[in-house]
Design a protein around this ligand. Sequence first.
Ligand SMILES: C[S@@+](CC[C@H](N)C(=O)[O-])C[C@H]1O[C@@H](n2cnc3c(N)ncnc32)[C@H](O)[C@@H]1O
Length: 260
Amino acid sequence: MDALELLKQMSDQSVDLVLTDPPYFNQGTQKKYSRKGHKDVNTNFGDWDKFESDEDYIKWMKIVICELCRVLKDNGSLWIFTNDRYISYLRHFIRDIEGMNYASTIIWHKYNSPPRFIMKAGFISSMEMIMFAYKGKKPIFNKPKIFKEMFNVWITPQTPSGERLGHPTQKPISLISKIIETSSNSGDLVFDCFNGSGTTTLVCKQLNRKYIGVELSEEYCKMAEKRLSQNVLLPLDVKQDGGNRLPPTDKSVGIRPTIL
Ligand SMILES: C[S@@+](CC[C@H](N)C(=O)[O-])C[C@H]1O[C@@H](n2cnc3c(N)ncnc32)[C@H](O)[C@@H]1O
C-alpha cells in the first residue's frame, strides 16, 4: 500500500513514535559508479527510488513529513533516515512545522562499507544520516544505563550477512533497536510507512512495542511478514565479548553487539 494513502486515513496524534526509512532518491546525482578493476555499481534500487528531479523528490518528502507530524502524538518522536544531499532542506522544513522541535542529526558510520560508492575525490561513502525531532516539550528519551553520554555519531557495521534477506537497503537490527529503545516505552505504538523488509516491525515485536508498517512492494511485504511469523527472531547464541565498549556478559544478547 502507498504510504500517503494510509497516512491520509490515520487520525491526528495517533502514534507514539515515527521511525521511517524512505527512498533516498539515490539516482539523483549519478546513475552508476565505476572504478578501474571493479564491477560497475549501479544505484538503481528499484522503481520505488525514482523521482523526476530533486525538486520533485523534496516536494514529495515534505508532504510525507507533514502527514507524519500530524499523526504523531504530543511528546512523540520522529526519526527519519536520509542522506547528505537532502538533509538541509528536510531538517529546516521539520523545524518550521508548528509544534515540532528538531533535536539532532545522527551520523551513522558504517565502518566496514565496501569501496562501492567512491566519490570522484576518492572517499568511500560510509555514512547515512538520521533526523531526530519531536513534538511538544517532553519527549521520551531512554538513555541506556551503560552509557554516560550518547554521541550523535553511531558506528556499526553494515547490515550483517546473517540478517540480510535480499532487500537492497535493509537496515541493521541493532541500529533500529537503539532508536526504538531510546524513544519509546513498552506498549507504545511505532509507525514505519516505508517498512521494506520489516526491520522496524520485527524489532517492535522483539521489544514489545505495538507497530504499523506500510510497504508498497508485495515482495517486501511478504519478506516482512515472514520475519514476523518466526518465533525465534534472532539466533540467541551471540554473546557480548566486551571488545566493543559494551560490558562483557555471559548472557546471550540476541542482537549482535556493535559499537553504538
Ligand atoms: C529504504 S527502503 C526501507 C528499508 C527498511 N528500513 C528495511 O530495513 O528493510 C524504502 C522502502 O519504501 C518502499 N516504498 C517506496 N515508496 C513507497 C510508498 N510510496 N509507499 C510505501 N512504501 C514505499 C520501498 O518499496 C522500500 O522497500
